[in-house]
Write a protein of this length. Structure first.
Length: 410
């Protein structure tokens, strides 16, 4: 396969071929400036082509075969020694995703996933709990931020979690090319780093959500409140909140919920249709931010009233329970983004061991997934096009394409 050619995906056969090529050409124009050498730029596009191909395993050997390279050494060089910055490529991903998927009610969704590994030499690998496996495994843990709107969802940022056993062993860090300045950071602290970057990049998030790993972390919640960033974060029973001028555990509040005030509402569409729960929100003590409020939001199973989940919410005072339910129900988008990135573009199918190699592969895989998300959104796969914009299918000229998208310069 020629490196300059876009991948051929069966599910996109109905898309006008000229427009398809324009999408692919735009990817090359957007990422091109990150690569100083034309060889690295061509190799990166070939790597993306391989990630988007139907080949079952997406390591360097298989990608070389599917893209017509005699050996995998070019891809190994791209992920290892070639001169380019994966963080610069990530920053361009921010712009690409928001150019296509942005909506005023965008939600940033936090989660982590495990990458099972053999041996102890890959950066950050350790015996640690993996939610992916549901048990303690030898693995790396990646923390991710997804961007979700009614138009689509995709991974936006990433960080590799380093256990303390790594950050206290500088010799081991040097062997894996981990930067000297990198110190131990919890998963919520890594989440703050990603959220700070999105703010700096001008990515507007109406809400942030995530599971109790993030909701139980008061530093993360404090950072969000300091920046007046609305959130709905799950919390565990051991977390405490202030209500009625008294600090109480979430567990005790969930055990003594009122019988009145519940509302049956959908948290979105699941594999079996709309996901209905009973919902309640209790006002917590007001934050220092004028015009903002905190709530304890409770989700209760319709079939088993003893099955309850608590969330702490922070939002402008006019925010409704329906708003909070919608955000809580968006958490599945990051799980699906991670699963589809693993299944479709090889997010977890890498053979690199170094810090640099991990960030390079993961960032390129995120670009491949974002490309699919954008094309699906533009084709209107069950999603209405943005207000005032026409369907792109059938448009043939680059000028009309760019006018349609109102693209920023890159």
């Amino acid at each position: 396969m020629d490196e300059a050619n876009p991948p051929e995906l069966p599910e996109l056969d109905l898309l006008d071929i000229e427009v398809w090529r324009l999408y692919w050409g735009e990817i090359e124009r957007r990422i091109g400036p990150v690569f100083a050498r034309s060889e690295a730029r061509s190799r990166a596009m070939a790597y993306l082509t391989g990630l988007l191909s139907p080949v079952e395993r997406k390591n360097s050997w298989q990608l070389a075969e599917i893209t017509g390279s005699a050996t995998p050494y070019g891809f190994q060089h791209l992920l290892g020694r070639a001169d380019w910055d994966p963080d610069a490529l990530r920053d361009r991903l921010h712009t690409y995703v928001t150019d296509y998927l942005a909506e005023p009610d965008a939600v940033g969704v936090l989660d982590e996933t495990g990458f099972l590994k053999k041996g102890m030499h890959s950066a950050g690998v350790a015996r640690q709990y993996s939610g992916t496996a549901g048990r303690i495994e030898n693995c790396q843990i990646g923390v991710f931020l997804a961007y979700a709107t009614s138009r689509g969802h995709t991974l936006l940022d990433r960080e590799l979690y380093l256990p303390a056993e790594w950050t206290t062993d500088r010799t081991r860090c040097q062997a894996a090319a981990i930067p000297e300045k990198r110190r131990f950071a919890t998963k919520p602290a890594l989440a703050v780093q990603m959220l700070e970057r999105t703010r700096t990049a001008g990515v507007m998030l109406a809400w942030v959500t995530g599971d109790s790993i993030y909701g139980d972390n008061r530093k993360l919640r404090g950072w969000l409140e300091q920046h007046r960033q609305a959130y709905v974060l799950a919390v565990s029973g051991k977390e405490t909140v202030w209500i009625g001028q008294r600090q109480q555990s979430v567990k005790s509040l969930l055990a003594g919920l009122p019988s009145e005030g519940w509302h049956r509402m959908s948290a979105g569409t699941g594999s079996k249709g709309l996901r209905y729960y009973d919902w309640l929100h209790l006002e917590l003590n007001d934050p220092t931010q004028v015009g903002w409020k905190r709530w304890l939001v409770v989700r209760r199973s319709c079939s088993d009233p003893t099955e309850v989940t608590g969330y702490v919410a922070f939002a402008p005072a006019m925010a409704t329970l329906a708003d909070q339910v919608r955000v809580a129900g968006m958490r599945w988008t990051v799980e699906e983004s991670i699963q589809t990135a693993k299944g479709e573009v090889g997010l977890d199918q890498y053979e690199v061991r170094s810090w640099t190699g991990w960030y390079r592969h993961i960032t390129l895989a995120m670009w491949a997934q974002a490309f699919l998300s954008v094309v699906r959104a533009e084709r209107g796969a069950g999603v209405a096009p943005k207000k005032g914009r026409q369907n792109l299918v059938g448009r043939s000229s680059l000028a009309s394409f760019k006018a349609h998208r109102r693209l920023r310069s890159v």
